[in-house]
Design a protein around this ligand. Structure first.
Ligand code: HMG
Ligand code: MG
Length: 298
């Protein structure tokens, strides 16, 4: 059967905006985050403490966190290494997320490290974060396919995912970075993680809708017992270092499906739609989310 309740992990302010060419003013980012929290989203990933040259859009991470004040300290932020952790600790962040790659090519392109070297970069960071009492999430990218390497074997994803999780994470988010996965593949991947000893309560799914499969894939993951799903308000986003990574699963599309299935999520759909319509105005183009297009007024 399906779960009674699902946690939506909102990534719009981070994954959604990181790829935007035109710089979004810090106060607009802060307002975006505040509106998402007000809409009932329980977790809103705020920004990234990565190298500003790699992701110029999020170079204002410290200003943003300062502007958000105490409420910002509970919001997760991406941290790739010790330098990123120093910056996050200075601002009182209590939740960080590391982000590894299931493939060699993407590890090089996104982290400037080999597949093996990425663990050596994350290990001291996670150890120090845990010692400081921080919660650590671990992402693994390219879990279904990679634009340079093609299909990614399930065993390779399980091996990388377990290694990242075992560094000391509380949750592993499995990313279909370029949106090529289909439902049977989701089931097979989750079966393999469970066979390798991971609980479905330790796993989250991070779908991109590039091929229109995100909701079908979500349904397959719900059936497998997953209860945390990443989504991006208005379907914003993509990864700057992954060719053909377009929109994340839209929060509104996910909320619509969950509501229809009678699964609790605690999110006010109207408020998220209004927020995405406002953000589309800020960015100067319409939201790709079908539900936003159907429901947005004006
Ligand atoms: P590097 O060039 O190898 O870094 O980049 P380094 O360790 O050699 O250091 C070089 C210089 O950068 C040093 O400065 C460091 O201090 C500085 P110098 O001594 O030369 O003056 N530096 C930093 N400065 C600020 N903040 C930092 C930092 N680290 C080093 N954190 C690095 C390695 C990991 C830093 C780089 O590759 C990077 O920033 N990558 C981030 C890429 C990124 O953010 N990608 C998008 C997020 S992943 C994603 O979207 C996928 C996901 O959504 C899931 C999915 O969809 O699959 C999560
Ligand atoms: Mg992503």
């Amino acid at each position: 059967g399906l779960p009674e309740r699902v946690t939506i992990y909102e990534v719009g302010p981070r994954d959604g905006l990181q790829n935007e060419k035109a710089l979004v003013p810090t106060e607009v980012k802060a307002a975006f985050i505040e509106r998402l929290l007000d809409a009932g989203l329980p977790i809103v990933e705020a920004t990234s403490f990565v190298h500003p040259k790699w992701v110029p859009q999020l170079a204002d991470a410290a200003d943003l966190m300062t502007r958000l004040g105490a409420q910002g300290q509970d919001l997760p932020v991406l941290v790739p290494n010790d330098r990123g952790l120093d910056r996050a600790l200075e601002l009182g962040c209590r939740h960080i997320a590391i982000f590894g790659s299931a493939t060699e090519t993407f590890a090089q392109k996104n982290l400037n490290r080999s597949l093996d070297e990425q663990f050596a970069m994350f290990e001291p960071t996670v150890t120090r974060a845990r010692a400081a009492g921080l919660d650590v999430r671990a992402y693994v990218s390219m879990c279904f396919g990679d634009p340079w390497e093609g299909g990614v074997p399930v065993e390779q994803v399980v091996s990388v995912g377990k290694r990242l999780f075992d560094l000391g994470a509380s949750q592993l988010s499995l990313g279909d970075t370029i949106g090529v996965g289909t439902a049977g593949h989701v089931t097979a991947l989750l079966d393999a993680f469970v066979a390798a000893g991971m609980g479905t309560d330790q796993l989250a799914m991070h779908f991109h809708d590039t091929y229109g499969q995100a909701l079908t894939n979500t349904y397959a993951a719900l059936q497998a017992g997953i209860t945390t799903f990443d989504a991006s308000a208005g379907g914003l986003g993509g990864c700057p270092y992954a060719k053909s990574a377009t929109g994340n699963l839209a929060t509104e599309d996910l909320v619509w499906m969950l509501t229809g299935l009678g699964i609790e999520h605690g999110v006010d759909l109207e408020k998220v739609v209004a927020t995405s319509a406002w953000m589309a105005g800020q960015l100067g183009r319409p939201s790709p989310s079908a539900v936003v297009r159907a429901l947005a007024t004006a």
